[in-house]
Write a protein that binds this ligand. Sequence first.
Ligand SMILES: [Mn+2]
Length: 266
Amino acid sequence: MSRKQKKAMASQSAASKTGHWHWDRRDLSGPFDFVGDVHGCFDELVALMHRLGYQIEPFDPQGEAPIFAAHPEGRTLHFVGDLVDRGPNSKNVLRLAMGMQHQGNAMTVMGNHDDRFMRWLKGNDVQIAFGLETSIAEIRACSDAFGEAVLAYLQNVSFYHAFDDGRMVITHAGLRPDMLGQTGPAVRAYCCYGPVDRDTGKRIVWAPSWRGPFSVIYGHTPIEEARWLNNTLNLDTGCVFGGALTALRWPEGELVSQPSSFSFYD
Ligand SMILES: [Mn+2]
């Protein structure tokens, strides 16, 4: 591992001291590339990033070192969360997210899958289901140092970010208008899981009635095609289910979709 890569791994531990609530990035206004739920679909992520103009430094696909990438025009990459679970290569998705965060070229918000994986890494009692088993199998084949670096990284992932003077929010599943600027367990649950019906436990679809004062970029619930609805944009086009990995280029407003390399219907 090179000096730069060692430094990047060590910086994840240092960063963890800041915790999950560094939501306030209202000073940033782009240009951004927002990316939907990746779920371990590393090959599609690399293909999408190349199409977006990112340059990825050479890396060992079997290694554990951070993977670095940058955009020649200084654009930054923003994941809506759910980096891990279900797909074939959560490890390399994490290596890329960690490397790019260290460089200041990427940010991530916490998805429910990342949150559960983090709690498993901490040693909490988490039900091993819904794709978590794939991430666990991958991490068990890695060194302890890599597992520790991943945990430190996830412990520093914000539950949401506000950009552009508060006009734009990125979150995995949603953010109520009154929650902007707030922290705590209720905000954390809402960001990771969205609103849920108390009786049935079913997800409440909130976007059709959204009248909030900021636009929301999110993921969590796979849809066929990403499109704006009341100032909200769901970027989860179900890559891991045979759909596509979708990005929004901002402020251009252009959507770029990379088809999944596999399908359950083959
Ligand atoms: Mn997801």
